[in-house]
Ligand binder design. Structure first.
Ligand SMILES: Nc1ncnc2c1ncn2[C@@H]1O[C@H](COP(=O)(O)OP(=O)(O)O)[C@@H](O)[C@H]1O
Ligand SMILES: [Mg+2]
Length: 396
């Protein structure tokens, strides 16, 4: 029996763990968290941090897995490519490429080199540098850690609002693993993500998804709808930016999740990831709207089978995240009613009564989600919005 290491056992990794089992593999999951929800689906749990390259390598030398992968998490992408490279195994992307895809400073420099449109940006590592850079920026600009995800530490600063720059700097930097952060031009306009699958260096765009984010100053993703409702011309421009970014990081095989803003000056890259999109985009929305199972694609690459990335369906799908006011969750009403609404595929909650709901600052502060389909994006949007209206979050 062939075996696989899957790095990460969080909720978003579960579909890949289940798929690996379906493929008849012996599945080891690795996570620093011995309570991770994905553990129960695997054959064996290894309590190893997914960012500890040496520890993952040592475990691989001992247990000799046939394959080493991750699914939707960012940092393990580096570990996977490093360990695969060291063991002489095939990898979706080189270790150097994995840094392009996970360190936003290196990523933007690489994009600049390759002529991919990006916002104006500055790297900072000290508060004094931050202060210097802020003087160069327009009234509104972005501060973000170089190497985190799920919108942790990403914040819009408005000079007109007399911001406490020191406090904001500390807030954002707490999420920087390397101590590096970026100050970026604030890009306006609609935002999308592009899901694609690269085969032998050739990117194939599967779909474009419209993204909804919260009110400023934080940018929490609160919904996604696909296919995108932007104009064909805008979508063509977005595809070009995504393809150029995928080539720039040197993707060989596998999925990319690319985030792009359609600004008044054209499509510009927010970031690119060398992995599946999170937020149930690739695990749920893409298959519901296009028929493409990107997790299956990943396993096809891994097992040397034909990769089926072509769309077989043309429908709309949408997710909306359930949010609550700050406080102690005392109850949630309307779940069963929401589940019965037209088009609804699932209603999931991440919190139980008694748990505390925080101010919505990043993805982990969300309470749950609803996914719905429709004949097109408008209908999916309509269906999911109606279902969301049935949910009432009670706070103590
Ligand atoms: N330069 C920018 N201009 C406008 N919005 C931005 C900019 N950078 C980030 N954002 C917003 O913040 C969100 C999170 O930023 P991102 O760089 O994607 O970080 P993460 O890795 O945490 O997802 C983006 O999806 C976008 O909505
Ligand atoms: Mg992002």
């Amino acid at each position: 029996m062939k075996s696989i290491f899957i790095l990460g056992a969080s909720r978003l990794q579960v579909p890949a763990i289940i798929k690996a089992k379906e493929k008849g593999l012996y599945v080891y999951v690795l996570d620093y968290d011995s309570n991770a929800v994905g553990i129960k689906y695997a054959d064996k749990f290894l309590e190893i941090s997914t960012i500890d390259k040496e520890a993952v390598y040592n475990a691989a030398v001992t247990l000799n897995p046939d394959y080493i992968i991750t699914s939707t998490s960012d940092m393990p992408v580096r570990t996977v490519s490093w360990v695969n490279q060291k063991l002489g195994k095939a990898s979706d992307i080189s270790y150097e490429g994995s840094i392009f895809a996970t360190d936003k400073v290196v990523m933007l420099r690489r994009m600049q080199e390759c002529g991919v449109p990006i916002p104006e940006f500055y790297e900072i590592t000290k508060f004094s540098e931050f202060l210097d850079v802020t003087r160069k920026m327009a009234n509104k600009f972005i501060l973000k850690p170089a190497d985190n995800s799920a919108s942790r530490g990403v914040i819009l600063i408005d000079k007109n609002k007399n911001p406490d720059l020191e406090e904001i700097y500390r807030y954002s930097m707490q999420y920087s693993r390397s101590g590096k952060a970026l100050v970026e031009e604030y890009m306006t306009g609609p935002e999308v993500s592009v899901e694609s699958y690269t085969v032998n260096g050739e990117p194939n765009i599967i779909t474009i998804t419209d993204k909804m984010v919260t009110e400023q100053p934080f940018f929490v993703e609160i919904g996604h709808t696909e296919p995108s409702r932007l104009s064909i011309e805008q979508q063509e421009e977005i595809k070009k930016v995504a393809e150029d970014a995928i080539r720039a990081i040197g993707m060989c095989n596998g999925p990319n999740h690319t985030e792009i803003k359609m600004t008044p000056n054209g499509a510009k890259l927010v970031e690119i990831a060398a992995r599946l999109g999170g937020d149930f985009i690739t695990s749920r929305l893409v298959p519901l709207s296009t028929g493409v199972d990107m997790i299956e694609c990943s396993f096809s690459t891994l097992l040397n089978e034909k990769v089926c990335y072509q769309n077989t369906l043309s429908r709309g799908s949408a997710i909306r995240f359930i949010q609550g006011e700050k406080g102690i969750l005392s109850g949630i009403e309307g779940i069963e009613e929401a589940k019965k609404m037209p088009g609804v595929q699932e209603v999931e909650l991440y919190m139980k009564p008694g748990e505390s709901i925080k101010r919505l600052e990043n993805s982990s502060d969300r309470v749950g989600h609803i996914i719905a389909i429709g004949k097109d994006a408008d209908e999916a949007d309509y269906n999911v919005t109606n279902a969301l209206r049935k949910i009432k979050i009670n706070i103590l």
